[in-house]
Write a protein that binds this ligand. Sequence first.
Ligand code: AMP
Length: 420
Amino acid sequence: MAKSTFESPKGTRDILPGEADRQRALVNAFGEVARRAGYGHVMTPMFEDIGVFKRLGDSTDVVTKEMYDFHDKKGRHLALRPELTAAVVRAFVQHRPAIPWKVWYEGPQFRYERPQAGRYRQFSQIGVEALGTDDPAVDAEIIALAWNFYKQLGLQQVTLLLNSLGDPTCRPAYLEALTTYLNENLDGLSEQSQYTLQVNALRVLDSKREEDQAIIDQAPVMVDFLSPETGEHFAGVRRVLDRLDIPYEISPRLVRGLDYYTRTTFEFASTALPGSQNALGGGGRYDALAADLGGPDTPGMGFALGVDRILIACDEEGVFGAPDSLVDVFIIDATGGDEAAVVGAELQAAGIATDRAYDARSMRAQFKVADKSGAPIAIVIGDDELAAGQVQIRTLQGETREQISIARSTLIEELKKRMT
Ligand code: AMP
């Protein structure tokens, strides 16, 4: 194929029909799962005041390296959203809805990352947030929601990693122990981690650098420092997950890439994918974020799942494929094309998805297009059928092929019988 003058920017991609329809189906399925659990849909702008996202943490890659920020024509400093939690909490603080406020969202996020398989500069997330309660039941409900969604898609090879990052009553003592330990082992740490340690010791645990791993593996863990209340909260989350038969692994060094997390923190990894792209989503509690954004002290909990990654995992596991066809019926009209317009409109009004060929092509040429469309059924209208008030139904896919003429007045009824 000739190279076009312009291509999609580095790290972005065009998602074409078929794959984009599959992505839409996934988002719709997620929206339905969330709706059934009492979450309403929320839509916030693609860009925000950069201050909203600065809350993700001064030492996080997302803030220091990956933000798409710009000044608008009036000099406002804005950023394309790199994630949605901070934006949703900003909306909560602005509108002060009744609590608990349970919402779900979907849409593109933007991060200036080094593109690689499963890592893009524009990618899509689905997620939920619940603000206004710190009941461990909501933590478990939210984790279960993601878990059940993966199961609904057919994914089997998903692992849930769970941790508690403590709260302001117990985290300082842990941070002190961690900082002391890391300082004692400073020489063994990578240069980047030595720097990170100056800003935020917890972030060092998130280092993926080979040379840091042995030191990280021996580092003190937050779960040993939890206060009785925080420990009880974490036990409450685990108890409900156990009751729901949701398996998890305690991952005591899981900190995740954003700084706002407190208490429950979790991540889903696919064992079907290589380590560099196996993170399917994650989230946790962010009890200080609303106050940090100028709102009332309001606990919050949520997750974001990577749509692109989930679909890669689905490919790997051979589940939730792209639809074979976008339509139920292909209309072949050998009488000139007007009948296809009329029958198509009738069928679409009855909820039957149709397509057709154009340009008054030969019957043979139209059959070729019909086959390519993947539609399971064709209806054929020739001059004889038109004169007799009939249409032919032909199956195009599958083992048993049928070819019968029926009265046009019974077409919708006959098609619906074959579509169930
Ligand atoms: P995060 O918002 O960093 O917690 O990420 C949540 C999920 O979004 C990850 O587990 C990935 O599945 C997905 N994700 C994050 N960054 C990217 C990216 N650059 N490209 C594709 N997916 C991503």
